[in-house]
Ligand binder design. Structure first.
Ligand code: PMP
Length: 394
């Protein structure tokens, strides 16, 4: 008997690799397995050339220079490096007495929040959270009020992974630029979902992870602006001098090749795919809202990622595990724990409302039929107060 089918609606947790991405990765596992630093023979040249192609694919999609991209193991590493690297850089330049004020949005991914907390312990940084509005977006006027002469870094995610709200990054970037404060943005859930153009948006550091965009797991990058301003971070890792000495360690060549292809596909096909997902997402919300009139959409109604629904099914009981449907109750990094998501708490949701909340995220493999089926599964399993309690089956 085959296992019952589960519909996957958790694309913000991770995505299946696009077959076109897998295809370009495969040769780099066996035939072209060289170390990209072994530059005395063809195996190494092939690997190096593949890595540089990927770097160009990324830079073309972002509107930046290839040398501004450093490959990492993912966004967690990139976020940690960005935040603690800025602190270390300032310490190295100005000595142990340097005052470092960090402004961070409270609805960031834990890899930003915990890294900022560590910067307090390790570098004596002063950490302040930027107020967000009811949709979890940074309020630019509140950010402006909080920027002080010793504010060194602002970290604001481009798109929130749980509630999908898009931050006003252009305005934030212009403000930070005017005030000469570095801006880091975690764009893990932005790239491929909305336009990300670093030529027009003066973000200084930007993180990404390939597996959120039909690429492989365990690979990502940090963008570091090379001029106006030049962000001269200390090395993430020291060792063999890979990645221009910034991040030593033998490169994950197949992963990097896959990341490059994933980003390129998104550059070429992103707009059409975003429109398709937006229409499907809106259809799904309208269907669910019609069946659950008390349901509330968390996050901004329109300034939101085209693939994201985060819904509190008020007045219902949402079963702990939904049969046939993979969705999240918060970010993937929360499931397994019982704590209310810090993002939903920041929006003012109570513990019981958080328990009625599902994050439903669509992706490239989601079809119209999947959406219809998922709506049916949700309608049959979420009990409203008027739904009779299910009778126990023996
Ligand atoms: N930032 C955001 C916004 C994310 O959604 C994630 C993945 N949950 C990460 C960072 C971390 O990515 P990774 O686990 O691939 O390093």
């Amino acid at each position: 008997m085959s296992a019952p089918k589960t519909l996957y609606f958790d694309h913000n947790a991770t995505t299946p690799v696009d077959p076109r991405v897998l295809e370009v990765m495969l040769p780099y596992f066996m035939e072209q397995f060289g170390n990209s630093m072994s530059l005395n023979y063809s195996f190494g040249w092939q690997a190096e050339s593949a890595v540089e192609t990927a770097r160009r694919q990324v830079s073309q999609a972002l509107g930046c220079e290839p040398k501004e991209i450093t490959f990492t193991s993912g966004a967690t590493e990139a976020n940690n490096w960005a935040i603690e690297g800025i602190c270390e850089m300032i310490r190295a330049d100005e000595g142990p007495g340097a005052r470092i004020h960090l402004l961070v949005s409270p609805v960031e991914h834990k890899s930003v929040l915990q890294s900022a907390e560590r910067a307090v312990r390790v570098f004596g940084a002063e950490l302040e959270y930027i107020p967000v509005n009811a949709h979890g977006q940074v309020v630019v006027s509140e950010l402006e009020k909080r920027i002080q002469p010793h504010t060194r870094l602002v970290s604001v995610m481009w798109v929130n992974n749980e509630i999908g709200s898009i931050n006003p990054i252009l305005e934030i970037a212009r403000l930070c630029h005017d005030k000469k404060v570095y801006l880091h943005s975690d764009a893990t859930q932005a790239l491929g979902k909305i336009p990300v153009d670093l030529q027009n948006v003066p973000v200084d550091l930007l993180s990404f992870s390939a597996h959120k965009l039909s690429g492989p797991k365990g690979v990502g990058f940090l963008f570091l602006r090379s001029k106006s301003p030049k962000v001269a971070l200390p090395a993430m890792m020291c060792g063999g001098g890979h990645e221009r000495g910034l991040r030593s360690g033998t490169l994950n060549v197949p992963g990097i090749v896959g990341l490059g292809k994933a980003v390129e596909i998104a550059r070429l096909e992103g707009e059409a795919e975003q429109s398709r997902l937006r229409a499907l997402r809106d259809f799904m919300w309208n269907q669910l809202h019609a069946s659950f009139p008390q349901a509330r959409l968390n996050g901004h109604p329109t300034e939101r990622s085209p693939n994201n629904l985060n819904i509190t099914f008020k007045g219902t009981r949402v079963p702990a595990a939904l049969k046939g449907l993979a969705v999240s109750r918060g970010s993937a990094c929360h499931s397994g724990g019982t704590s209310t998501s810090h993002v939903l708490s920041a929006l003012g949701l109570s513990e019981s409302e958080a328990g009625q909340t599902l994050r439903i995220t669509l992706g490239r493999t989601t079809t119209d039929a999947d959406v219809l089926e998922a709506v049916g599964l949700l309608k049959s399993q979420i009990q409203t107060s008027s739904t009779p309690a299910p009778t126990a089956s023996l």
